[in-house]
Design a protein around this ligand. Sequence first.
Ligand SMILES: *Cc1c(COP(=O)(O)O)cnc(C)c1O
Length: 459
Amino acid sequence: MKYLSTRGRAPVLEFGDVLLAGLASDGGLYVPEEWPAQEPLTFDASYPDTAASVMAPYVAPTLGAHELRAMVDEAYATFGHPDVCPVRPLDDGLWLLELFWGPTIAFKDVALQLVGRLFDHELARRGERATIVVATSGDTGSAAIEACRGRRALDIVVLHPAGRVSDVQRRQMTTVDEPNVHNVAVDGTFDDCQDLVKAMFADAAFRDGVSLSAMNSINWARVMAQVVYYVTAARTVGAGDPVAFSVPTGNFGNVFAGWVARRTGTPISQLVVGSNSNDILTRWLRSGVMEKTGVHPTISPSMDIQVSSNAERLLFELYDRNPDLLADRMAAFRDEGRVDTGSTRLASVTEVFDGAAFDDDATCAEIRRTFEATGVVLDPHSAVGVAAARAARRDPDVPMVCLATAHPAKFPDAVEQAIGVRPELPEHLADLLERPERFDELPADLATLQAYVRAAVGA
Ligand SMILES: *Cc1c(COP(=O)(O)O)cnc(C)c1O
């Protein structure tokens, strides 16, 4: 498989290069040159069987079947459920696909547990090392740390704003006792942390000196790993008949993986995009105009985004894979904060996509409604998905799978406020509040941070 940039001005690459590059050099996102047809799978295929089969065409020739399978087996052995991503029934023909059985109890583990191993393997093969630097407002930091911990070719440095992440979020990062994991509490805000990371990437001498790299959500390998649970869930729930999905959406990586599953042969009749008050995507699906606004903080913070960067991959398809047209539209969006994709082209998207947005009150109401009807406790992100499923469903006879992207104990305050019950952490995290912490405190100063990173990785 070869990969093209959506903007057409970057070199065509194979999987190993796309993995390590993340963003294309022309500012575009890498996409496969063609969509492979999914090999048929038997109904008793396990999650790792399915994962190996779904991903094989995308990783060739960088990885052979045996190498991929070994990494898949290791990655999903870290999950606390034998089905890895189990589905269970809710009410009204809705189902819940639980993506939170990984080490940090949120869905990013599904991709990152594999991607950490893919990075390590590819770097080792090249005789190279890399330093991952991440700024976090809470959740992505722990998922990235769990992906990198103990990996031999990787160091990870995570910057969080001191005193501005929850106790549980901080402890999920700072109690990881591994020599290649470095946590910094920055005296500043999340924006300061993000600016520091950007400045480190912009400093070419520093970037090359410590081999800076990123595993962010535009990385193709993360999307690829997420296609798998659409295939397993559709098979479990639909048994070959069409199934619909509803997805609480931020950067559009997760629901785009659903589009890829459909494009490559999984029978999916509808994809519902659930948004919180940050509703750029649902407004676009309604009007054909994608327009930026400010970010609104909500009780589903992992979906508090201004721009859904992975939507560029879908726009590339909408513009019939014409990279010049797309690059022109993306430049307009960057300059004007607005792009009109036009109703004719949009029809190819709305044929399968619908959207619905919910504010915090509506999100709490959904947590309450689902709890009263089924006894299932949803986290606020998952509740947005379930609410969107109920609002935008096209055909009540088609089963609708709602993606549960976080365990409710990850957002206990919002859940307690909604139903009066405080969800408990799962067993593997039960003693989190007693574990020793390890982190360094630094000012929000670039030179200080750079010296820290150099010393941490021995560069
Ligand atoms: C990241 C995240 C999302 C959004 O997923 P995207 O792929 O960015 O659309 C939703 N819920 C939770 C809990 C997340 O961590």
